[in-house]
Design a protein around this ligand. Structure first.
Ligand SMILES: *Cc1c(COP(=O)(O)O)cnc(C)c1O
Length: 451
């Protein structure tokens, strides 16, 4: 196969155009492209051979894929300037592009007002959300589901804010009865709903959580780091659709453009519905300063220096592929979801495997059928290794044995967790590749089961 490089020609044209903006300046010597530099670069390329092929449909493991070529080219082009979006004088143009791109993301969720900015990733964005929750509801406990990203527990520890995990139901969603019981017993200040858990892509029941907010008056944060863009997809089941539609009502949202937004790493995003959240960042500023029209990125971010190039890449990508329903970008998400459903169907027809749950987004988790939980785990590891030898790269996930027993009821429950296989089908090309993935997976199971 060949790596895409047509965008290199477009990059050169963009750098020409960039140069024209500075043509009145006196000439300076450029950095020489020496033979030593060439050698170092080819050495670096050689080192990068030691990677899984994240760009290829046969990589169907973790949440990894390269950015869109337009994002890669725009990011590289911005590197000739290297703007810093910490403050306006470090990145005038790219700060404006960040504001525009972030406003488009807020509009995708139906938000009419917002305060938000890009971050290094979902972890930093969630940290800002929980930090603000700790300001609006001081001393109170934050809860998230047991399938929520582990970062919430850890961030809460960093912030010295109490944290508790809420059990999930058989579909990996936050259990509402347990949430309600905890609301009665614990002083909960913030509920984190995950729309698209990292493990299963499960979508917490946001409309019902919102009803509880009316009674218990907590802050509601939506961690959509992985799943946020699926709000544009037309092929969600009704519960997931309802959860996404309810996002207009939450207090804050985290979404990771570097996951499903076709961006290079280093691009997360935090959105607050009430621009007054800005007052917590700089306490001597009156909150009226923080209208979305006037916000100054350096004063509403916990991180200081941030890559302006990330904003340029995101802006360019959203120009090419607007965040609208029925658009090309939405079609890509729908294709990923169809790929996951197709794989799930094939797996549920295969006597060797047991689908753990129907995917709500584009993540599929399945077990190897066997007489016991422990043997199933051993076989999952063997299938994983045998698949990798066939260039099919999957992921592994440990799940509670109860979830496994729900689909393999006669297996011995002889260990607390079961190792399962997991596939994130986040590339639209995966749809066409499902038959090939299944045939390699089948061969891997045959090899793993042979004594
Ligand atoms: C990936 C992820 C995070 C962490 O985000 P990073 O960008 O890896 O820092 C948080 N929450 C969810 C649901 C995620 O999928």
């Amino acid at each position: 196969m060949e790596l895409e490089r047509e965008s290199l020609r477009l990059l050169a044209l963009a750098v020409d155009q960039l140069e024209r903006g500075f043509e009145t300046l006196p000439a300076i010597p450029g950095d020489p492209a020496t033979p030593e530099m060439e050698r170092v670069l080819t050495d670096a390329a050689h080192r990068l051979h030691n990677n899984f092929p994240y760009f290829h449909p046969l990589y169907a493991g973790q949440m990894l894929k390269p950015p869109h070529p337009v994002a890669r080219a725009a990011y590289a082009m911005a590197m000739w300037v290297n703007p810093n979006n910490h403050a306006l004088d470090g990145g005038k143009a790219s700060s404006a592009m960040e504001r525009e791109a972030v406003a488009e993301i807020a509009a995708m969720f139906g938000w009419k007002t917002h305060l938000g900015h890009l971050t290094g990733g979902g972890t930093m964005a969630n940290l800002e959300a929980l930090w603000v929750a700790g300001r609006t509801h001081p001393g109170k406990t934050t809860v998230a589901s047991k399938q929520a990203h582990y970062t919430h527990d850890r961030i809460s520890a960093v912030l010295k804010q109490p944290f508790q995990a809420i059990a999930v139901d058989a579909l990996g969603r936050m259990d509402l009865e347990i949430l309600e019981r905890q609301l009665d017993q614990v002083d909960i200040g913030c509920v984190v709903a995950t729309l698209g858990t990292t493990g299963f892509g499960a979508v917490d029941p946001l409309p019902q959580i919102l009803k509880l907010r009316d009674r218990y008056n907590f802050r509601l944060h939506a961690d959509c780091a992985y799943g946020g863009y699926f709000t544009l997809a037309a092929n969600l089941e009704a519960p997931a659709r309802a959860a996404y539609d309810a996002l207009t009502e939450v207090d804050s949202i985290v979404i990771d453009p570097h996951k499903h937004g076709l961006q290079p790493y280093g691009c997360g995003c935090i959105l607050f519905r009430d621009p007054a959240a800005g007052s917590f960042y700089k306490h001597d500023s009156p909150f009226t300063y923080f209208s979305s029209a006037e916000m100054h990125l350096g004063e509403i971010s916990l991180e200081c220096s941030r890559p302006g190039a990330a904003a340029v890449a995101l802006w360019a990508t959203q120009r090419l592929l607007p965040l609208v329903r029925e658009g090309e970008f939405a079609a890509g998400l729908e294709a990923s979801r169809r790929a996951a459903l197709a794989l799930a169907t094939r797996l549920s027809q295969d006597p060797g495997f047991a689908l753990i749950m129907l995917p709500e987004l584009d993540i599929v988790v399945w077990a190897v059928r066997s007489a016991s939980a422990s043997e199933s785990s051993t076989l999952a590891q063997k299938v994983f290794d045998a698949a990798a030898r066939r260039d099919l790269h999957l992921a592994l996930i440990r799940i509670p044995t109860a979830l496994f027993a729900a689909v393999v009821p006669d297996a011995a429950r002889n260990c607390p967790e079961v190792l399962c296989l997991r596939s994130v089908l986040m590339k639209p090309e995966h749809e066409a590749w499902v038959p090939e993935l299944v045939s390699r997976l089948r061969a891997a199971l045959d090899e793993a089961s042979a004594v």
